[in-house]
Design a protein around this ligand. Sequence first.
Ligand SMILES: [Cu+2]
Length: 837
Amino acid sequence: MTGPIPARPASRPPRPDGELERLRAAWAPPAGWRRISSVNNVFIGKLYIATAFLFLLLGGVLALLMRAQLAAPSQTLIGAPLFQQLFTMHGTVMMFLFAVPMVEAIAVYLLPNMLGARDLPFPRLSAYSFWMYAFGGLAFYATLFWGLAPDSGWFMYPPLSSAAYSPGLNADFWLLGIGFIEISAIAGAIELITGTLMTRAPGMTLGRMPVYAWSMLVVGGMIVLAFPAVIAGTALLEIERAFDWPIFDATRGGDPLLWQHLFWFFGHPEVYIIFLPAAGLVSTMVPALARTSLIGRQAVVAALIAIGVVSFLLWAHHMFTAGLGGLGMSVVSILSVAIAIPGALQVFAWIGTLWRGRLQWTTATLFLIGFLVTFVLGGLTGVMLALLPIDWQVHDSYFVVAHFHYVLIGGMVLPMFAAIYHWLPLWKGRALSERAGRWVFGLVVGGFHLTFFPMHIAGLLGMPRRVHTYAAGLGLEWPNLLSSLGAAVIAAGVLLFVIDVVRSQRGPAREHHDPWTSSTLEWLPSELYGTRSIPQVEHHEPLWHRPELHEEVKAGAHWLPGTISGGRETLLTSPVQARPLRVVVLAKDSLWPFLAAVGTAAFFLLMTVKSVAGTVAGGVLAIVALCAWLWQTDRAPPVEDAEAAAGVLLPMGASGRQSPSYWAVVILIVVEATIFASMAFAHLHVAMRLEVCPPPGVGLADTSTLAMQTLGYALSLAFAAWAGAGAWRAPVPRWRGALMAPAFAMAALAFHDGLRTAWPAERPPTLDAWTGTLAALHGLQGLQLAVAAMLALYYGARLASGLIRPRQHATREAVVLLWAWVCLQGVATVWWPRLAA
Ligand SMILES: [Cu+2]
């Protein structure tokens, strides 16, 4: 629909009887044990948040053990081998199993209601993402009990993490065990990006979108571009460990610094992937608690975007002592100082807003102030560390440990506590105790500074990080004792918090009200289906602009007041203006995402322990469940047009560039392209270190051979495109499913030819890093070919079943897009050694 955004309904039209009951029934969760098949964002979001919090506790226990060992000099409570597992697991659990999942969990729970969507576009993807993380995460944590936990530090630098110095399974658990969490995070990011851009309430233009939603949009983009680098890095390191391809081995032309580049290209943005959502939550809480608009709202959004972009240019500040070139390091140093500017801009906006408003002194307010103080201190030591001479001096000392705990706990955990105090009333209509809250605040924030401030001093006195003990008489006794006492104080605060949550959330759910008189839509009356009707938004503070929205929305006077098809539906709106475009049917509850998650987690974990049968079983379960889940999707909607509001007809269902699934596939291809680019960079990196490239004895394939391989991939794509051509006009004839056979054959031929001509047979990938990285690139393409085989089977079956037809061709678009990437990556793989030589 084009033209102006329709005005809100002038008067409340009478609603048909039973409409609310039908809506409730459509969104009702399954009963009993089948509840695990529920894919509703409210249900999954709550479980997700609770599980992420559990990992905060589990990671915290590890920290307490370390602080017990370090409380006094020369203690023997915990020996070096266990201590190494403890600090590695503490960092890994906090970064990968607590912080990133918590960020996505809060978004899954909060974002749909804040945007006015009944649910995000892919509820099953959220469920898959959650269950995989929960099972994989718990199994990964359990490695501690067998002494198999990784022990090379959370950033796993080779050569320490290489087979020679870490011979056990411990490092493999990190490299493969983190695989599922990377997939889970990316699945979540796809959901967040498509959700914020395509399912906002009508009238919620990008300019009116809540700052929190902006932050999640930026973070979604960052996850898509940052995580692939660590996927490529972990794959390469695991390949080196498993098959002895010497990618990071300096004695055979490899480079350990290559790992640091790949890891920190992910690792630095990762810090902002954790911080920006917290900043978004703060920007949403501060105006509500100060009862006034956020000062400089547009500048705050611009700052979020600026931080997102600049954070990709800073990874080398983690490598200041690695001996990289002088000029480059100076640029990175300047940029690292400069990123404090957009950070400070937000801080000033928050302080100004708190100052101007009439502040409500809640526990959330206290935590926000604790956050501001702590985060600013962490920012200041960040500026110090961005300066080369200071970094050289305190590198790998407790000063750095103090700095990043100020930034991460100050920047993410304290806002998270504020957010829980602020938003928990939505959960069951029950708030936490404000009296106990003051104690929780005092213990957590007081304990925090008692723990981490002395670490600055210990670091300046020369205490290195990651040591399990220290000698007496170096001046380290007092700082360490204070840190250990502080850790116990934090633990007491967290314990009190947990007790209060359990106490306050007993009893049946009540209807939630709006205790802080907030401005954003999540405070509208809601149930599992979200709000009774989807509000028309006319302002960036919709509930302050029109307090009547509470009643109007509840009475069903706005958009989509019931269910049209009898199923779960939401509105698709245009990305910028949020004009209502279509009504889409969302996926039903299903056990398949759960089973696919179990299979995926089992695949990665059983591969680690080299159980071939188990790995295959997990992989098969994951693929079968995934296909069964997808098979039910992409069905023609039951009616052509739906009355989305009084007198407004919208088409039902979506395909092509109007459908979220199209953009989900595009984002997935961006992820795959970034993985490929990271691996191609690895090959280029080791090629540039060679004196002669290609190495002596290698004759690169000539251009006519490469042209033939390119032609093969082009023909393959042509067959795949032909298989479903014309689906938007008429049902595709069933016989065309057979075209997927030549499509796959052409790709397989081109791949095989590329493999044969890439390098001489007498140069195995174990010979040197040049050959090893090239083989890895071909391995990646081999994986794509396996994906192509599954796509061909699935799509062929879909065509042969007559399921590709008008208003039902999203599968076709997805398959052709993915196929195009398989072919494009194949072409890039065969040409790359020539281009990089
Ligand atoms: Cu950094």
